[in-house]
Design a protein around this ligand. Structure first.
Ligand SMILES: *Cc1c(COP(=O)(O)O)cnc(C)c1O
Length: 360
């Protein structure tokens, strides 16, 4: 009996369908699209740990071509892709430089204990390392810890989705190359940055040696990431991925969803950016002591500093209004727009903020 993909899959839903809860916690919550389910149903089922899988190869080749790199490697997560990039490009007892609030530093730093390298933060502004400090650190590293890799991140998660300029990427690349140091780009949300800059992603990746992209954030695939870079780094990456337990078997299923995301989900990120601006300006217009960042991409940071309530109280009250957000430090909450936040959901979120603000 033929059963359509959607009938087989509980929990598959399109924007606006079903739940009345407005979930702004992260774009990671996005569910697979109908075309992803179809692609997964018909995916190739080779063993990626043995002879490889044609669907996985297709995804890797398409990402490499899109980002102007020689090769690419499918990964279970962006965290693992970043760690593999560090392990293949750094040596023990060296240091890896990154902006002080980079995701690799704030959230993935445990990886340094495996890599045997120091993750050294460089102070920056809106996610961009101070170039003078970077230059000084690279110079000083000859005397103390030598630097083996520099990491950049765009769009920048902790900087509220800020986008690095092409000029900044070019400068980081130039300063690093001067010291013979490669650059890795944590581009978990690279396509959000590309949409914001209105430039192809390769205009950014031309300035880096290796790059991570995540398939399971705004692109809506259920899981997966890709690391792209030179042949030599990617070849070493295959064995390092195996060492970390990242070799997967019939993973063509995930690659098929990822490829569908890559091919169909990028242009619509502009909608998320437009709604993030609407959310930000509406929250600021409430005049309730909330200060929302003006987003370049799909992340709105809301500073609660001059309201009377703590982050915990705001998060709980918003949940009472069916609006889910994430606490971000002691003074802020983070709201992320994505495919399941249509105009109606956004207005419900704004109404939720408004109800709490006016209830005071
Ligand atoms: C989400 C994120 C990651 C980690 O991605 P996972 O796929 O969850 O491991 C890495 N870097 C940045 C900037 C991110 O936003």
């Amino acid at each position: 009996m033929q059963v359509s993909a959607k009938e087989r899959i509980p929990g598959s839903f399109q924007p606006g369908e079903g739940s009345s809860v407005v979930d702004l916690r992260s774009d990671t919550i996005t569910k697979p699209t109908q075309s992803m389910w179809e692609a997964m149903l018909h995916a190739s089922l080779g063993d990626d740990g043995l002879d490889g899988d044609v669907g996985v190869r297709a995804l890797e080749q398409e990402v490499a071509a899109l980002l102007g790199k020689e090769a690419a490697l499918f990964m279970p997560s962006a965290t693992m892709a970043n760690l593999v990039a560090i392990l293949v490009q750094s040596r023990r007892q060296r240091q890896v430089l990154m902006e002080a609030t980079a995701h690799i530093y704030t959230t993935e730093r445990g990886g340094s204990t495996l890599a045997g390298v120091s993750y050294t933060p460089v102070t920056g502004h809106r996610g961009a390392m101070d170039i003078d400090l970077l230059r000084q650190t690279l110079n000083a590293s000859r005397a103390s810890l030598s630097t083996s890799l520099v990491c950049v991140e765009t769009s920048h998660n902790n900087a509220g989705g800020a986008v690095l300029t092409l000029e900044h990427l070019r400068e980081v690349h130039e300063k690093s190359a001067h010291h013979g140091v490669p650059v890795h780009l944590d581009g978990a949300r690279l396509f959000n940055a590309a949409i914001a800059l209105q430039r192809p992603a390769r205009d950014m990746t031309v300035h880096v040696d290796t790059v991570t992209i995540c398939l399971s954030k705004g692109l809506s695939a259920p899981a997966g990431a890709v690391l792209a870079g030179p042949h030599t780094a990617i070849q070493r990456g295959v064995s390092v991925r195996k060492m970390l337990g990242g070799t997967q078997r019939q993973i063509g299923i995930m690659a098929a969803a990822g490829l569908a995301g890559l091919r169909t989900m990028v242009p619509r990120l502009a909608e998320d950016h437009r709604r993030a601006i609407r959310l930000s300006t509406s929250i600021n217009a409430l005049d309730a002591g909330l200060v929302a960042s003006l987003p370049e991409t799909n992340i709105v940071m809301v500073d609660l500093g001059s309201t009377r309530h703590s982050v915990e109280v705001w998060v709980a009250r918003l949940e009472g209004e069916d609006v889910l957000v994430r606490p971000w430090g002691a003074r802020q909450i983070r709201c992320v727009t994505h495919r399941h936040i249509d105009d109606g959901a956004l207005e419900r979120a704004i109404a939720g903020f408004s109800a709490i603000a006016s209830g005071d």
